[in-house]
Design a protein around this ligand. Structure first.
Ligand SMILES: Cc1cn([C@H]2C[C@H](O)[C@@H](COP(=O)(O)OP(=O)(O)O[C@H]3O[C@@H](C)C(=O)[C@@H](O)[C@H]3O)O2)c(=O)[nH]c1=O
Length: 175
């Protein structure tokens, strides 16, 4: 997929969110109502305990990914940072709460790094991506270098890889 260079992130509210005595039915994304078709090729989810932060991740080159992210169980603070060098918004952070309650979905174009913190006891985060996973094309920027207040970072709950990322200040963006 070729994304317009000026494309930016979008918070998508669920189109259908009806409940009855059985529970709820939520459609958090529909290609028919999107501004353009987003060809998703991989879908995966992760589960995390309270306080876990994962990020700030991206894939680059031919495996660069746009992502749709939603939280289907629990609540997370979802965070993205703009890594597009030619944009005046380079380094800017956007954050939003995604939860099973609000059923919101964040569309993250190529050129942004993504991460989140789990706010609830447990959270399940679901992704749809426009490119396949490629370990060789993975990259990241240190989550504690964005000038963003995570509301506390528990280093014991970070992955070794996430701790190893360079700070935004010295990081060389591939975008
Ligand atoms: C992302 C991913 C990981 N893996 C493997 C690699 C590793 O052995 C294991 C766990 O990977 P990680 O520790 O990178 O998982 P995680 O930290 O949850 O990675 C995710 O973080 C969030 C913030 C994102 O934005 C996602 O795109 C993804 O990068 O799963 C896959 O096989 N396929 C995948 O698509």
């Amino acid at each position: 997929m070729i994304l317009p260079e000026t494309e930016t992130y979008r918070l998508i509210s669920p189109r259908v969110n009806q409940g009855d005595h059985r529970g709820r039915f939520v459609k958090y994304f529909s290609a028919d109502s999107a501004e353009e078709v987003i060809p998703m090729v991989e879908s995966f989810y992760s589960t995390s305990a309270k306080g876990v932060i994962r990020g700030m991740h991206f894939q680059s080159g031919e495996y660069a990914q746009a992502k749709l992210v939603t939280c289907v169980y629990g609540e997370i603070l979802d965070v993205i940072v703009d890594l597009r060098k030619d944009q005046p918004t380079y380094g800017e952070v956007f954050s939003t709460v995604l939860s099973s309650e609000n059923a919101n979905c964040l569309y993250i174009p190529v050129g942004f790094a993504h991460g989140f913190k789990t706010l609830s006891e447990h959270a399940t985060v679901l992704y749809h991506c426009t490119a396949a996973y490629s370990a060789q094309h993975e990259g990241g920027v240190h989550l504690d270098s964005l000038g963003f207040d995570w509301g506390g970072i528990d280093a014991d709950l970070l992955s070794v890889r996430d701790k190893s990322f360079l700070p935004l200040e010295t990081f060389k963006s591939p975008f």
